[in-house]
Design a protein around this ligand. Structure first.
Ligand SMILES: Cc1ncc(COP(=O)(O)O)c(C=O)c1O
Length: 363
């Protein structure tokens, strides 16, 4: 592929001396489980995000699972969320026997539509779980007002939104708990699986620390049945180094997205909107277009990557065949028309022009 979706190799090359030597040092120290880098990363991430606690764990999926458990979600509880997301959002709900209730999205942001949440609330609703999809925060003021009005918990899926802000506040600091993913291609990604939960609540934090470590806060004493879900020490090494660059990475992503938006302004593509009160970190650059599959083929034929996030919304997945299948017309339309293009901090202006040329030639 001449232009990939992300350039992990290019980023590693620029960080190589620092990362290699820090990894060698961690190897020599031999404190591989909950070692000094994991503990330091938890503190540094909490400080960056402006939360009292950040607790790393083994993946973003685990982060959602542990966040829901620690927030007290139980079997049979209904959780309102989006169907236009990666399956992990609703998988984690199902791990506990809770029920995902899918609500439609806004076409301009791809995020849950707050105007449609009220009608989905029932006496069994316990929480709203917005996903800050593609790096742009959901409409949190409206969502928080509904959560307050109905006494619901607010759980944020921040897997794609590290460092994005809603009215100056970081995603992951707006609800009761936030769940992050450090999957390698994420805007803050490690070199394997990794995740993290954020909260301001001391009790929830203590619970999550136990849950990620076999239900234990004192070695060989187990208060609850927990999990083996610790961030790997070597991944923490990588994340501590990348965290120092995250503002720059997110700025570069925005630069790329703005260039795309400029070059495609008068085209038939509906380019992504950036709400004035939000900082979009452009984990993905996703737009809407007709004849999506033809455009995709034409771009791929020029050795330029592009991808469909997400072709099948969750309420149409076989795995959720036993879950209510509401009518979600905006979600369905976006699934048919969405197309994502390469975006990464190291992408240069020439590469963006090349992608746009291929897109414009395709249609
Ligand atoms: C929106 C969303 N939620 C949850 C996850 C799960 O994260 P992970 O792959 O680290 O388990 C991902 C990413 O894969 C995601 O994009």
């Amino acid at each position: 592929m001449n232009i990939p979706m992300v350039d992990l190799k290019g980023q590693y090359e620029t960080l190589k001396p620092e990362i290699d030597s820090a990894i060698l040092q961690a190897l020599a120290e031999t404190r591989y489980i909950l070692g000094p880098n994991v503990l330091a990363f938890d503190q540094e991430a909490a400080q960056y995000l402006g939360v009292n606690h950040a607790i790393s764990c083994a993946s973003g999926t685990d982060a959602l699972h542990l966040a829901l458990l620690a927030a007290g979600i139980q079997a049979g509880d209904e959780i309102i969320t989006s169907a236009f997301t990666f399956i992990a959002t609703a998988e984690a709900i199902r791990y506990i026997g809770a029920i995902p209730v899918f609500v439609d999205i806004e076409a301009h942001s791809f995020n849950i539509d707050p105007a449609k949440i009220r009608a989905a609330i029932t006496p069994r609703t316990r929480a709203i779980l917005p996903v800050h999809l593609f790096g742009q925060p959901a409409d949190m003021e409206e969502i928080m007002a509904l959560a307050d009005e109905f006494g619901l918990l607010l759980i944020e899926d921040c897997a794609q939104s590290f460092g994005s802000r809603y009215r100056g506040k970081m995603t992951g600091s707006l609800g009761c708990v936030g769940a992050f993913s450090f999957f390698p291609s994420k805007n803050l990604g490690c070199y394997g699986d990794g995740g993290m939960i954020t909260t301001d609540d001391d009790e929830i934090a203590a619970q999550i620390k136990m849950l990620r470590n076999h239900g234990s806060s004192r070695q060989y004493h187990h208060d609850v049945i927990g999990y083996n879900s610790r961030l790997d020490e070597l991944q923490a090494v990588v994340l501590r180094i990348k965290l120092k660059h995250i503002d720059d990475y997110n700025r570069q992503r925005l630069r790329v997205a703005e260039q795309y938006n400029r070059l495609l302004a008068d085209s038939r593509f509906t380019t992504p909107a950036i709400a004035a009160d939000r900082d979009h970190v452009f984990h993905q650059y996703t737009l809407l277009c007709d004849e999506r599959d033809a455009v995709r083929e034409a771009v791929l034929a020029r050795e330029i990557a592009c991808a469909v996030y997400y072709p099948v919304p969750l309420h149409r997945q076989k795995a959720f065949a036993d879950t209510a299948q509401p009518d979600l017309p905006v979600t369905e339309a976006c699934a048919k028309r969405c197309l994502s293009f390469p975006i990464f901090p190291e992408m240069n202006a020439q590469q963006v022009e090349t992608v746009c040329e291929a897109m414009l030639d395709a249609g």
